[in-house]
Design a binder for this molecule. Structure first.
Ligand SMILES: Cc1cc2nc3c(=O)[nH]c(=O)nc-3n(C[C@H](O)[C@H](O)[C@H](O)COP(=O)(O)OP(=O)(O)OC[C@H]3O[C@@H](n4cnc5c(N)ncnc54)[C@H](O)[C@@H]3O)c2cc1C
Ligand SMILES: NC(=O)c1ccc[n+]([C@@H]2O[C@H](COP(=O)([O-])OP(=O)(O)OC[C@H]3O[C@@H](n4cnc5c(N)ncnc54)[C@H](OP(=O)(O)O)[C@@H]3O)[C@@H](O)[C@H]2O)c1
Length: 430
């Protein structure tokens, strides 16, 4: 590997090699080719921004490619109005810049977006918007990554770079299950990524499918707008109060884990939850056999942090229903044989990574789920200058840890290949 790095380092400032690369600038019908002597980051969400800021802090240039027309597109374009961070702000800060002190403990979506905007300004991160990465492959003959992006009107650009940082997120694409009769259903069907507010569902019977944090919160929002929501719960789920014993449940868990084994912390969390919210099984929400932290650790399944939905389930304002068997024109048949009429269906069935669709690499990333094969904390680094930020199943806390590690690692190589700096100052940015 070191030998490979040395060759690559030499190539990067070898005039013959550079001339060869520039000849890759092909006729206009073929992709424009840009050689970039730093890191190329795919995705301008919190993870991409954090990686770019940490690299900048280490003196390594980077370019960020983003498929949409703004930073943090998940937060700006695909989340509902009432959203707040569900972890206290100290667990959601990106590296090198904290939240302003006047922010709420659980910042609103707008506060979080404002923070990310000022973060990008502070580190002078200017992503190249409307560029969707459609392919990235390591070219071992030249020792660089070739990354193809498709811009507006289908304009293709090929970037040739030394380091590739994948920051496209765990929530890149909405997951919508295929259900019998879906095309027959006459009402509105949408995924939570297209849900903004319960306002447009006022007075309507709405079936929300999936009881993760999105499904639970959307149900609450629908209730608050006088809609009539029902919630499909197909499996067991851990619902915990967002706060317990005067602290955030997440903060308390982190603190307890310093002293106690995970199994014991799980026990404590479940006892306190039981005292605070009672036995959730009574309302149709059976708990998994494993405790919330163990389950998260083993399967990545996030516990639901309750912000008021459970009270609405208890009061009967939100009805719990089993899995769907099939959809009809204006009705839903459930697996228990019962049928009910609905005006709309909202799929809160989660998201998936899109990495396998564009990254031609199978060693670091699993083709099956688009996550790094090596679990946290070892999933951030692959081979030949490939990195992943934000695939830890640990939210923004995991993002920060990845970004710091990646920047340190790339800086080490960058220093070894220090003449890059000279080349960087000589060449114009892409
Ligand atoms: C409703 C909701 C609430 C959440 N709340 C919290 C919370 O409170 N705390 C927490 O820690 N986490 C939360 N999360 C998890 C969330 O994933 C992280 O907060 C954060 O957004 C992850 O950042 P990211 O940059 O890794 O991914 P994203 O925010 O998804 O950003 C990835 C970016 O990559 C871009 N992209 C994707 N594919 C391509 C491509 N091929 N080419 C170019 N660009 C591409 C996308 O457009 C996007 O802008 C929440 C998630 C959801 C859905
Ligand atoms: N306030 C906040 O900060 C906030 C709000 C919302 C979301 N989030 C975060 O955003 C991420 C995504 O959350 P999410 O709730 O959108 O997705 P999620 O956590 O993946 O939950 C999806 C839910 O849909 C269920 N489901 C999937 N397919 C189904 C089907 N065919 N029929 C019935 N149920 C089905 C799943 O059940 P199974 O478990 O049985 O698969 C699961 O309960 C998570 O990290 C979450 O914590 C945070």
């Amino acid at each position: 590997m070191d030998c490979l790095r040395e060759i690559e380092g030499k190539q990067a400032h070898d005039p013959i090699f550079i001339e060869k690369m520039s000849k890759l600038s092909l006729p206009s019908s073929l992709p424009r080719c840009v050689y970039f002597p730093g890191s190329l980051i795919v995705g301008a969400g919190p993870s991409g921004l954090a990686a770019a800021a940490c690299l900048k802090d280490k003196g390594v240039p980077s370019v960020v490619l983003e498929r949409s027309n703004c930073i943090a597109s998940l937060w700006q374009l695909k989340t509902y109005d009432r959203l707040h961070l569900h972890l206290p702000k100290q667990f959601c800060e990106l590296p090198l810049m904290g939240f302003p002190t006047h922010f709420l403990t659980y910042p609103t979506k707008q506060q979080f977006v404002d923070y990310l905007e000022s973060y990008a300004r502070r580190f002078d991160i200017r992503p190249r918007f409307d560029e969707t990465v459609s392919r990235a492959e390591y070219d071992s003959t030249i020792g660089f990554w070739r990354v193809t992006s498709v811009g507006l009107k289908g304009k293709k650009t090929e970037y040739v770079c030394r380091w590739l940082v994948v920051a496209t997120g765990e929530n890149a694409e909405a997951v919508v299950p295929e259900i019998e009769g879906m095309r027959e259903f006459g009402g509105d069907i949408r995924h939570t990524s297209l849900y903004k507010s319960g306002e447009e569902f006022r007075g309507k019977r709405v079936l929300v499918v999936g009881c993760g944090n999105s499904g639970m919160e959307v149900c609450l929002d629908l209730c608050n707008h006088n809609a009539k929501p029902s919630l499909v719960v197909r499996d067991t789920v851990h619902v915990l109060p967002r706060e317990m014993l005067g602290r955030s449940t997440f903060g308390l868990s982190m603190w307890l884990l310093k002293w106690l084994p995970m199994r014991l912390v799980d026990r404590l969390l479940l006892i306190v939850s039981w005292l605070m919210i009672g036995d959730t099984t009574r309302f149709g929400l059976d708990r998994p056999r494993l405790g919330p932290l163990q389950l998260k650790n083993l399967s990545g399944k996030t516990p639901v942090l309750d912000v008021g939905t459970l009270a609405k389930i208890k009061s009967g304002d939100i009805k719990v229903r089993p899995s769907i068997k099939r959809l009809k024109r204006h009705a839903v048949e459930f697996v228990n044989g019962k049928t009910e009429n609905f005006d709309a269906i909202i799929f809160a069935t989660g998201y998936k990574s899109n990495v396998p669709s564009w990254l031609k690499e199978r060693k670091m990333f699993s083709e099956k789920d688009g996550y790094p094969r090596r679990p946290f904390p070892n999933g951030w680094k692959g081979e030949c200058g490939l990195y992943a930020v934000g695939f830890t199943k640990r939210g923004l806390l995991g993002t920060s840890m990845d970004a710091l590690r990646i920047a340190e690692d790339i800086q080490r190589c960058w220093k070894q290949e220090s003449k890059h700096h000279y080349f960087w100052h000589q060449s114009s940015s892409p």
